[in-house]
Design a protein around this ligand. Structure first.
Ligand code: HPA
Length: 318
């Protein structure tokens, strides 16, 4: 196993919210420290979740990461069991306005799902990408075979308009090209391959299914390349031009790290970007992006997008 199973002294401590929690299964009572790079620690996080919600509830076939725009999908999960992140060992708290912090178990479209209402953005957590992808590794332990991810994104391709949905065909994981990958560091082979192939990161059959469902429901669906920047500042017009030149259609600050880890452990991925603003290419134009605008459009278009994703889930064969 090499020395990857050794505990790092810099392990992530429990979130402050958990320290005030009185639940008997509260990991704070076990004084547990979690290193998201340690395989056995990931197993113990999954074990804590099973202990808290029950073995059967915790077992899921499909995981959903609700970025801005797919938040409403968490509210449509049937027979829902909600576990706040503050009760999950090693999960940091999410501070981004509009992002809740819950793991929701239940049924959607006839499938057993686990839904993450709120994700961890690297810019909130000092670019600790292993920490930000801990939920993906945990969902893998809970049994998921397919992960659906969504994000709010700025449209770069001129055909994209506010509220459009773009199916992600491929991505440019900019932080990883500069060394910020969740897979950097020693790799316990139980997580998966050291060198992960991402040529087919977004599953072709699932994309085709989404296109078919979209056609039947009159949902205009674009397909394109998503670029992830580190954020949290929005991109300058020159940066947007750079992304356009290298083939990106939409940009945001999330998703690629989660998809990379999902692929390492063999989870198939379907990804969507909800276009909440149009990225500005002209330094002379006074176009300002605001988080309020992003959240506003995400809220307006979110319900329709959530219904669409739930229709896709109904048609997925596991
Ligand atoms: N840039 C980066 N992230 C975003 C944007 C954007 O324009 N819109 C929504 N998330």
């Amino acid at each position: 196993m090499g020395n990857c199973t050794q505990k790092l002294t810099t392990s992530t401590s429990l979130s402050p919210a958990m320290e005030n929690n009185n639940s008997p299964t509260n990991a704070a009572e076990h004084n547990q420290k979690i290193d998201p790079r340690n395989y056995d620690d990931v197993l113990s996080v999954a074990a804590s979740i099973r202990e808290q919600v029950g073995e059967d509830v915790a077992r899921a076939d499909l995981g959903i990461i609700c970025g801005s725009g797919l938040g409403p999908i968490g509210d449509t999960v049937q027979d829902a069991t909600i576990l706040p992140y503050s009760k999950i060992p090693g999960f940091p708290t999410t501070h981004v306005v509009g992002h809740k912090g819950n793991m929701i178990f239940g049924k959607l479209g006839g499938k057993k799902v686990v839904c993450l209402q709120g994700r961890f953005h690297p810019y909130e957590h000092n670019m600790d990408l292993a920490l930000c992808t801990l939920p993906v590794r945990v969902m893998h332990q809970l049994g998921i075979k397919i992960m659906i991810v969504s994000n709010a994104a700025g449209g770069i391709n001129a055909v994209l308009r506010h509220g459009d949905l773009m199916l992600i065909k491929d991505h440019i994981f900019l932080p990883a090209l500069a060394g910020f990958s969740p897979l950097v560091g020693c790799n316990d082979p139980r997580f998966g391959a050291r060198f992960v192939s991402v040529h087919d990161a977004y599953d072709k059959q699932l994309r085709q299914l989404a296109i078919d469902v979209g056609r039947r429901s009159d949902m205009t669906l674009y397909e394109g390349v998503y670029v992830m920047s580190g954020g949290p500042q929005y991109e300058s017009p020159a940066e947007v031009s750079l992304f356009k030149t290298v083939g990106a259609d939409a940009l945001g600050m999330s998703t690629c790290h989660e998809v990379t880890v999902a692929r390492q452990c063999g989870i198939k991925v379907l990804g969507f970007s909800l276009i909440t603003n149009i990225a500005n290419l002209d330094a002379d134009a006074s176009v300002e992006v605001s988080h309020e605008e992003v959240m506003d459009i995400a809220q307006q278009a979110g319900e329709r997008a959530s219904r669409f994703v739930s229709d896709i889930i109904t048609e997925i064969t596991l």
